[in-house]
Design a protein around this ligand. Sequence first.
Ligand code: KG4
Ligand code: ZN
Length: 342
Amino acid sequence: MKILGIETTCDETSASVVEDGETILSNIVATQFEFHKKYAGIVPEIAARRHHETINYVIEESLKKAGLSFGDIDAVAVAYYPGLIGSLLIGLIAAKTLSFTLGLPLIGINHIEAHLYSIHFNNKVDYPIIGLIISGGHTLLVVSENAGQYNIKGSTLDDAIGEAFDKVSKHLGLGYPGGPEVEKAAKYGDEESFDFPRVILNGGPDRYNFSYSGLKNAVINQRKRFLKNGPLNSTANISASFQAAATDVLLTKALWACKDFDIDRVALAGGVSNNSRVRNIFKNEKKLTTYLPEKALTQDNAAMIAGLAYIKYNKGEIMDLMLEPSSRLGNIVKGKRKKHAN
Ligand code: KG4
Ligand code: ZN
């Protein structure tokens, strides 16, 4: 079964064709970095306009790359929450139009579930798993019993981890998006130079929650206070120490969750799972099995949407044209479920 997936939740316009949930026939991603760069962050109106300008081209390219035409597609899938509302609308309208005109089943996908699904393309995954979805918009710790299902145990109380990377990068005069730039600078730095706070929020209801605004402010406004020794106040040292503080917390909380829920498998997904330090500290934890997506699938992409849609289709989760976007993870208007086509 060939599913055309569409992803426009934030600032990437992507379309992909995936066969039977596992074989990626194409995955076209049009990034918008250049358009948001001078603002050092995503401007929602610009993102929506760019999606509008590129979506048709990206869909056509995904078919061309797969060597297919619209007649070869069996279903259309689209990420419809969470995300920027103007961006989501463009993908949703495109998907609904294709579903209506071609008479294809429409499958609505949760962007977070899809990020977690990205580990399936290069791993044989045993469940249950502890999942960490770490991106520019989210820092979530979940327990997942199966592909396409999760229970949120913790999330960020303020900034997302990727947002903290982006803001620190902006402050240090590095580029945008900030994560890869901070990682590059950190390579030449000593992560022991600064003792930046690792905000653990130990115990109680915050056991699995995260907080990155304190760390971000410590790096931006108070870094002298955390400086350990003499003349170490360089961009490389600040980057390395910040990166270490931001990522150590992920491992600490994941290990707590593994113990509490008696699970020894962890999955990382989302843009920040591209980070080599994150990958290494988890891989070096020998008592864990760590599932990592291919680097190319850590950022927003439509292959993860089309892949997960195969699972949803087989469970009969097909939506009608009343499907509406939602900026948040809660309050979802699914539209009426349609009967399974087969
Ligand atoms: O998953 P994603 O493409 O989009 C969202 O759903 O947010 O994640 C983008 C985020 C950005 O904040 C970016 O700075 C961060 O992921 N990121 C990284 C790295 N590559 C991307 N953060 C740290 N290290 C990286 N190598
Ligand atoms: Zn994402």
